[in-house]
Design a binder for this molecule. Structure first.
Ligand code: UFG
Length: 334
């Protein structure tokens, strides 16, 4: 039997494929390559290029391959873009998941691990954020992910497909052995932007707001290493296959770092100056987001082992140094 990874050519999805194959799993990858990269597709996976909104395409994949579980990363994920073009987000994320669930029902596939987000909570009433706190998204992206969770909840009741929805905080870092890493176009995330500045590809980093109610005035986020994040997916898959009940889990490292602390960490790791200038706040940014991941640790047995921010930055830096132009020089899929 194989695990189907949707979005397996993306940053987080490709890390999942590598870990699954390390564990001896057979992996089928589906990716539209709209934001994913052919160079990120594991050479020992079976790859299909296509869109999850295309039911006939998904039917062909499910018919040809023996799939017993799905890990779903195939979604658009830029907060700013979702505010400018919400319908794109509802179409790709929500409708795409609807089509996927239909195909899973038709082919009797019973388990799905799903990539959700801290953006489902909106502005938190307190930190650390637990799974019981209200979900009031402040952007269309978070709303689509919350709607996708609800789609799974109601589908489970009718068709007995169990799911684990994993709400990510700020994912960073790269696979230690260097086969895959972070390459978004356009890049909007803090860590790669800092490191592109360290490489001299940007003149400076702009700090979005220095007047927040935090110690140094900049936003605080909870950074989790992508490899630790993926290990939680593999545990969630085992949990579902063992009959675990559908549930929602936060994935973070329970510690917060400010934008300035992240830039300072990068200066230490890279030995580069990394010019930074202050700028206005970015719309929709909460000041502090920190996860409680107690539930994932308790229920799934998750034990993140790369929680040092220096380690996260170092692994991201190693990837950037070895791939200064991302996947343009990556290996091609066989
Ligand atoms: N930031 C800057 N300058 C930049 C880029 C980012 O100051 O050039 C700041 C942001 O304002 C924010 C912090 O760095 O305070 C982190 O920003 P990111 O864009 O890297 O990440 P976000 O916290 O905005 O969002 C990420 C994911 C979302 C997810 C969210 C949940 O991209 O998908 O975490 O916490 F919803």
């Amino acid at each position: 039997m194989s695990v189907l990874v949707l979005g397996g050519a993306g940053y987080i999805g490709s890390h999942a494929v590598y870990q699954l194959i390390d564990q001896g799993e057979q992996v089928v990858v589906v990716d539209s390559l709209e934001t994913g990269h052919i160079g990120a597709v594991h050479p020992n996976s079976t790859f299909y290029e296509g869109d999850i909104r295309d039911l006939d395409f998904l039917r062909k994949v499910f018919k040809k391959e023996s799939i017993d579980a799905v890990i779903h990363f195939a979604a658009n994920s830029l907060v700013g873009e979702s505010m400018e073009n919400p319908l794109k987000y509802f179409d790709n994320n929500v409708y795409g998941t609807q089509v996927l669930l239909k195909a899973m029902v038709e082919h009797d596939v019973k388990h799905i691990v799903f990539s959700s987000t801290a953006a489902t909570y909106g502005e938190p009433e307190a930190v650390p954020i637990t799974e019981e706190m209200p979900t009031i998204p402040t952007n269309a992206y978070g709303e689509t992910k919350l709607t996708m969770e609800k789609l799974m909840k109601w589908t489970e009741q009718a068709h007995n497909i169990n799911y684990a929805s994993l709400r990510y905080f700020n994912v960073a870092g790269a696979r230690e052995s260097g086969e895959t890493g972070e390459d978004h176009r356009p890049e909007t995330h803090l860590v790669p932007i800092i490191l592109q500045t360290a490489l001299g590809q940007r003149p400076h980093i702009t700090i979005f707001g220095e007047d927040y109610d935090t110690e140094d005035g900049t936003c605080i986020r909870d950074y989790v290493h992508v490899e630790d994040l993926i290990s939680a997916h593999l545990l969630a898959l085992d949990y579902l296959k063992a009959g675990g009940k559908s549930d929602v889990f936060n994935l973070g490292s329970n510690q917060g770092f400010s934008v300035k602390e992240m830039i300072d960490t990068a200066r230490t790791v890279t030995g580069k100056e990394i010019p930074a200038v202050g700028g206005p706040r970015r719309a929709g940014d909460p000041s502090v987001l920190i996860a409680s991941s107690k539930k994932a640790k308790h229920v799934l047995g998750w034990q993140p082992s790369r929680t040092s921010i220096t380690k996260i930055m170092q692994d991201a830096w190693d990837w950037h140094v070895s791939h200064p132009h991302g996947y343009s020089e990556g290996v091609e899929h066989r």
